[in-house]
Design a protein around this ligand. Structure first.
Ligand code: SAJ
Length: 461
């Protein structure tokens, strides 16, 4: 099947003469297109967003990922990658990869972008070509895409090949994980799977496994549900520790010494476009077929409650310290550290609640312009000066590897609470710098050390 002289699709892929197009130039489509271009193919990067295409044509990426901009520049110069918003440029492609978002709506998945991208692919793919879906699919969707293609007159497995190869790379480490992770490919026929495997083998260093497509649909959702459920457990333990008045840090540290325990980190909440919807795709698919999952749904609820719970925890701590109003410096509003993505970020609800309760919120985040309705500080100093609390919501390295004493000095005199939304510091570190430490699973405690190191008089009770 992988003989270079073979006249069909596999032959073209093995000779690298196949015309490859990637529909959707976002978080996954762009790096995937560039990796394929890097491996020697000519790649069309198609997106309906003209402003994005404009930006890419100038060699600029809309988000930050290590190595991405260099890859873009070098493939533009080598004319191996061409961004376009014209659907006719995709026409006659031998391979079309679909990497558009499949978001959730209120009661179910929203497949409108996927279906429109799929229709573009059907209109554009050459005879005997391959359509690979990278977008996350709810169970049963691949089958309905096959039927959609057949309604348009294609014979899947004969004159059109189709596969599902869900992306599973971690934002923040995208290029590395797209290269190194193992991939699973689902298809109904062997040729589709083998053609996809061959194409991906040019840039994937990890193992490539062919599997029943129905299994692949579920695996992708189970992976993200597993992570979401495990974070929910950590968040639940954090809330237990809060009411018991003990530190979750130490509990997790010690529990994780057990050979079969590996707890994740509690925090201000779970954001991003993946964990906030994939578990629900699984929940909806199962509920529709007669079994209503409980752990998955409850975990989503627990994680969704964390931003407001966290904001209330900070407000309560300040109120115990006698502070009803004041400036809160929110550091980091992206959904996690070292990324510029703010989709579904817990910072949104956290900031809204603080502002509703009369706090003066100022945001500082070197990764994004977003500030969720709060004023933005030009720099760290401006954010910190005169604040009563500093809330770390995204664990960017610039914050994590910082000198907390410097932060405390910039704040100036008065009570300064450090709200640790991402378990970035220990209580001791914060207290040694002169902060009062609080966070999910880190209840308010004004220790003798804080009292000694700080010049202020606490009004307790
Ligand atoms: N988070 C915690 N505690 C933790 C770990 C994460 O609160 O211990 C939070 C993060 O701060 C963030 C959210 O969870 O708000 C999600 O972050 P993440 O790093 O766990 O995952 P994502 O959403 O960036 O990427 C996930 C990954 N899935 C898994 O690890 C199983 C990635 O591999 C997938 O490719 C991606 O979803 C996707 O696109 O589906």
């Amino acid at each position: 099947m992988t003989i270079p002289g073979e006249p069909g699709l596999i032959g073209k892929i093995s000779r690298k003469t196949a015309k490859v197009s990637v529909v959707g130039q976002g978080y996954i489509g762009l790096p995937t297109a560039l990796l394929i271009a890097d491996s020697g193919f000519k790649v069309i990067g198609y997106d309906i967003n003209e402003r994005l295409i404009d930006l890419l044509s100038k060699g600029k990426t809309p988000f930050q990922e290590d190595g991405l901009e260099d890859m873009l520049k070098r493939n533009l110069v080598a004319e191996r990658y061409r961004p376009t918003s014209k659907a006719e440029d995709v026409k006659g492609s031998d391979v079309i990869i679909i990497a558009v978002p499949t978001p959730k709506s209120k009661d179910g998945p929203n497949l409108s972008m996927l279906l429109s991208a799929f229709d573009t692919a059907l209109e554009s793919v050459g005879r005997g070509g391959l359509i690979v879906v990278e977008s996350t699919l709810p169970p049963g969707t691949f089958d309905s895409l096959v039927r959609r293609a057949e309604r348009r007159g294609f014979k899947v497995g004969v004159d059109l090949f189709m596969s599902y190869c869900p992306e599973r790379a971690l934002p923040g480490k995208l290029i590395r994980e797209l290269r190194e992770n193992y991939r699973i490919i689902g298809s109904l026929d062997r040729y589709s799977g083998e053609a996809t495997r061959l194409l991906y083998s040019y840039f994937v260093e990890g193992e490539i496994i062919l599997e029943d497509v129905r299994v692949v649909e579920v695996v992708k959702l189970v992976e993200n549900s597993f992570r979401d459920v495990n974070i929910a457990f950590a968040n639940e333990v954090a809330r237990i520790c809060d009411v018991l008045g003990i530190d979750v840090h130490r509990v997790i540290e010690l529990a994780n010494k057990h050979p079969r325990v590996n707890m994740l980190r509690p925090g201000v909440g779970v954001g991003g476009s993946c964990l906030t919807k994939d578990p629900l795709f699984l929940y909806w698919a199962s509920t529709d077929r007669g079994f209503e999952p409980r752990v998955i749904l409850e975990s989503r609820r627990i994680n969704d409650e964390m931003p407001l719970y966290s904001a209330d925890q900070l407000i309560k701590a300040l109120s115990i310290l006698g502070i009803k109003r004041g400036k809160v410096a929110v550091l980091g509003v992206t959904y996690k550290g070292n990324v510029s993505d703010t989709r579904e970020s817990p910072a949104r609800d956290f900031i809204r609640r603080l502002m509703e309760r009369g706090m003066e919120v100022v945001v500082y985040d070197p990764f994004t312009e977003e500030s969720f309705g709060a004023p933005k500080a030009e720099n760290l100093e401006e954010a910190l000066e005169g604040s009563v609390a500093v809330a770390f919501l995204a664990d960017h390295d610039v914050f994590k590897y910082t000198n907390l004493k410097k932060y405390r000095e910039i704040i100036g005199n008065g009570v300064a609470v450090l709200f640790d939304g991402r378990m970035m510091f220990t209580r001791r570190e914060a207290e040694e710098a002169g902060f009062i430490y609080v966070g999910p699973g880190a209840p308010l405690r004004v220790s003798p050390l804080t009292k000694k190191l700080s010049s202020i008089k606490y009004k307790l009770g």
